[in-house]
Ligand binder design. Sequence first.
Ligand SMILES: CC(C)(COP(=O)(O)OP(=O)(O)OC[C@H]1O[C@@H](n2cnc3c(N)ncnc32)[C@H](O)[C@@H]1OP(=O)(O)O)[C@@H](O)C(=O)NCCC(=O)NCCS
Length: 249
Amino acid sequence: MLTSSLVELPDHATLVAASGGHPVVRWDHHQGGFQRAWSLGGAAGWTVQGRRGPALAAVGSAVEAGRLVTAVLELVPVPRVSIPVDAVPYVGAALGEGNDWDWFWTTDAPTPRPGEQAVRPLGPADDADLRELLRVSSPRTSAQPGDPNHVRTWFGLRDASGALVACAAKRDQAPGVWHLQAIATHPAHRGRGYGADVTAAVTRAGLVAGARAVTLGMYADNDVARRMYERLGFRVGQTFATRAVVPPR
Ligand SMILES: CC(C)(COP(=O)(O)OP(=O)(O)OC[C@H]1O[C@@H](n2cnc3c(N)ncnc32)[C@H](O)[C@@H]1OP(=O)(O)O)[C@@H](O)C(=O)NCCC(=O)NCCS
């Protein structure tokens, strides 16, 4: 049987082509952050500086992505990988703890929702309300207002009493790509469409501002959020497993 071998790729454009124009490569991994990249058959992989240090990301079929990750880990020891969930059994290195998450994207504006009109950009004066909303509604989010390492624009929705009941943040992932984070609704106000209102409003604002795509990541077990994003026209571009790499003894 003919087996494909690992090929190192020189730049982001080659990586995009090798991945078959995969949306994660086009919109999540930008040229400015290019480090090293490889292809193996139809799979593509690249190193990134992740939130928790260096990481190797890969896309492609389970078998090829698994083989690619195995080969790259022998060349470049990275402490974490983000790979297609079904590739995990094909990685020939010990993988440890991690989580499963989905990367979503859209290039289409959602159907307009009347509640979007009430969504406003937030400023420093809203920071205290925002922190409290995130504390009670979204303990798993890493995004916080005023983070000097990640410039974000925050949006929110206040109810008739003026209380901040829902929020979302946007940051530039690749140039011209709005990446949404910290989408949350206060637990006492869920199920009224506020989450969909902020998500739709910020998605629309991004596309009106000329964004090529709007993206977001979601833990795979979040069925309520999944339904909300899919109703708004977001599609899963990749189901990822992020895992620690257990160093060989
Ligand atoms: C995901 C989240 C933002 C949705 O907010 P929301 O304002 O409740 O969203 P919507 O009202 O637009 O839709 C939520 C769904 O919950 C349903 N729902 C009804 N009553 C509800 C209630 N009391 N509590 C929660 N959901 C309820 C809605 O009908 C809708 O269900 P459907 O998809 O089956 O139609 C919110 O659940 C949340 O803050 N979760 C924690 C943070 C989080 O996980 N954020 C997403 C990160 S990617």
